[in-house]
Design a protein. Structure first.
Length: 178
């Protein structure tokens, strides 16, 4: 599954391009300008998106419209990172009770290598749904991407009650504020 090139198409391509695009931050006195990006590569979005899509119960279909073009993740990047990608795939197959209520079948999908096209399409729908969630929360809200990131992390922390130290995130955001 992760041994070939992957393409984001249509609106998802546009979203990934914006998620990986550079933005500038200027110091308050206007003398220091730095370029940053929320994600360095398309692959970084692809690695996080299925988990976000699953956690937010967000799925999306492939956009086949001609607008938006496509953006790719090369096959060698997929293959070199197949352990991480397979971990995400197995985790989702194991936890997805909505699409497979039988725990034995979920275990088969996750650990016994029983894959089928429907499961791969389900995984991809979580990828695309996750791209949409990331885009809506990090880019689409406002042009203050650092504030968007902070808000998203805070919402995520509240939603899943994880142990994210807000003070550490604020310190990091302040370091990037120029």
């Amino acid at each position: 599954m992760f041994d070939r090139e992957y393409s984001f198409r249509g609106k998802h391509s546009e979203m990934v391009i914006k998620l990986t695009g550079e933005f500038t931050l200027t110091s308050e006195d206007g003398t220091n300008v730095k370029k940053h990006s929320l994600f360095k590569r398309n692959f970084d979005v692809y690695l996080l998106a299925p988990i976000v899509g699953f956690l937010y119960n967000r799925k999306a279909d492939i956009d086949t419209t001609p607008q938006g073009g496509s953006t790719k993740i090369w096959a060698d990047i997929q293959m070199n990172n197949s352990d991480d990608l397979n971990f995400n795939y197995k985790l989702i197959m194991l936890l997805d009770k909505e699409n497979e209520p039988d725990p034995e079948k979920r275990i088969d999908k996750a650990f016994r290598g029983i894959k089928n096209e429907a499961d791969e399409q389900l995984y991809n729908s979580y990828v695309l749904g996750g791209v949409e969630v990331l885009y809506e929360n990090l880019i689409d809200k406002s042009s203050d991407y650092i504030a968007n990131l902070y808000d998203f992390l805070e919402t995520f922390e509240n939603r899943y009650n994880t142990d994210v130290n807000v003070d550490d995130v604020l310190k990091m955001a302040r370091k990037l504020s120029y």
